[in-house]
Design a binder for this molecule. Structure first.
Ligand code: PLP
Length: 408
């Protein structure tokens, strides 16, 4: 008799974005002439850099000729791309080896799958608010109890990120085994300092915990004091796995390419060096057949000096959007974090409004769509997220409309 994995029943169905769409549709029905301006979604809008497109076209051409055609590649990624990633880290000031790099088809799969190499009874700690994938994948894996009234799950340690702690969590009071950290953060846009990360690295080394560090937005950091990799923190290679992606830094949201670094020196309880690295290798070679060879050609180009230069122009475009949003929020005297070293702005609702009430107000008065912070966790209540990933003309219209029409 087949039975299902009942852990899926615990998941609260994808509520946030369907509910946003429902409210927007309803508003549009009642106000057919209103132009809806979207600042909600974290999807990229700008075309790929020319240098990257050209490399990918070249990749397609290679596939059209028997002499240059390639089929399956190494599950861990094309050697040239792994070397380009090693070089990328070297430029950040981090030494890693080729065989510590695992190329993937994006960060989401890796942050979702990495938990599978840890024991079932691992205690998971996440930032609150949180990118939901860290939580839901551990729910599916059976590491949690039931869903709680407040949107969380029994058995997960939620580490609040609030105004009081500058949106970076305090160390968990109970022992956490798997600690997910994301910096620059989605959704808050807060970027961790070296000192903040050091506390977690020290905690993880002391407790033999593992930090899963999601650096998907690291290329948006312009402040040279802020770390673009957790490996810039002393001791991090003993306790941290880093995951990154070209989705946001090179516009690969649709192309799909990312990577995970599992240093051989990263260890947890009762294992020798290299064990986690070889387990992730086993996992990937068993369950993943390598990223698209065309995407990998684009990845190699993206990480080359010219690719980095052209991608930086796209990042600058989004960061100029963030500046426009910041200026608008300042003018409206709304308090917020983010937008300096990250493409997200986390805005405090005025007068203690609930996130969804402020969402409705923004939609009704300014015709602007945001993402209610409460959708990312309990500590997100009373906040909304704005994204700088839009097209500039639309984003400017949204900012003008907020300035002109929003009553605070
Ligand atoms: C924090 C974070 N990690 C990972 C991802 C997923 O990235 P990818 O497109 O590489 O799967 C996202 C996407 O929005 C994200 O916000």
């Amino acid at each position: 008799m087949t039975t299902i994995n009942h852990a899926y029943d615990k998941l609260v169905s994808g509520y946030l974005f369907p509910e946003i769409n429902r409210r927007v549709k309803e508003f549009q029905k009642n106000n057919p002439s209103a132009e809806i301006l979207k600042l909600g979604i974290g999807n990229t809008t700008q075309p790929l850099a020319e240098f990257v497109v050209s490399a990918m076209k070249n990749g397609v051409n290679k596939l059209s000729d028997e002499k240059t055609y390639t089929g399956y590649g190494d599950e861990q990624g094309d050697t040239r791309l792994r070397q380009a990633i090693v070089e990328y880290y070297k430029n950040l000031g981090v030494e890693i080896q080729d065989d510590e790099v695992f190329v993937s088809d994006g960060a989401k799969c890796d942050v979702a799958n990495i938990q599978s190499i840890f024991s079932q009874d691992s205690k998971v700690a996440v930032q609150d608010p949180v990118y939901p994938v860290y939580v839901d994948t551990n729910v599916i894996a059976g590491r949690t109890g039931k869903a709680l009234e407040n949107g969380g799950f029994e058995g997960i340690i939620y580490m609040p990120c609030t105004e009081e702690n500058n949106f970076f969590p305090d160390l968990p009071k109970e022992k956490a085994d798997l600690i997910y950290l994301c910096s620059p953060n989605n959704p808050t846009g807060a970027t961790a300092t070296k000192d903040q990360l050091k506390k977690f690295v020290d905690y993880a080394r002391k407790n033999k915990s593992i930090i899963i560090f999601d650096a998907a937005y690291n290329e948006f950091i312009s402040d040279s004091d802020l770390p673009k990799s957790i490996y810039l923190i002393e001791g991090a290679k003993e306790c941290a796995i880093e995951i990154n992606s070209l989705s946001k830094s090179a516009g690969f949201t649709g192309v799909r390419l990312g990577w995970t670094i599992v240093p051989k020196s990263t260890v947890c309880e009762n294992i020798e060096e290299g064990k986690l690295n070889s387990m992730w290798n086993r996992r990937q070679t068993t369950m993943f057949n390598g990223a698209s060879n065309i995407a990998q050609e684009g990845g190699i180009a993206s990480l080359s000096p010219e690719g980095m230069r052209q991608n930086k122009e796209i990042i600058d475009y989004y960061m100029e959007n963030a500046r426009i949003l910041k200026q608008c929020l300042e003018e409206k005297k709304l308090s917020f974090v983010g937008g300096d070293n990250s493409p997200y702005l986390w805005v405090k609702t005025p007068n203690n409004m609930k996130s969804w009430d402020f969402f409705d107000k923004l939609l009704k008065e300014a015709h602007v769509v945001c993402t209610p912070g409460s959708g990312f966790g309990k500590s997100g209540e009373g906040f909304i997220r704005l994204s700088a990933f839009g097209n500039k003309a639309n984003l400017k219209k949204a900012a003008e409309s907020i300035k002109k029409n929003m009553k605070i």
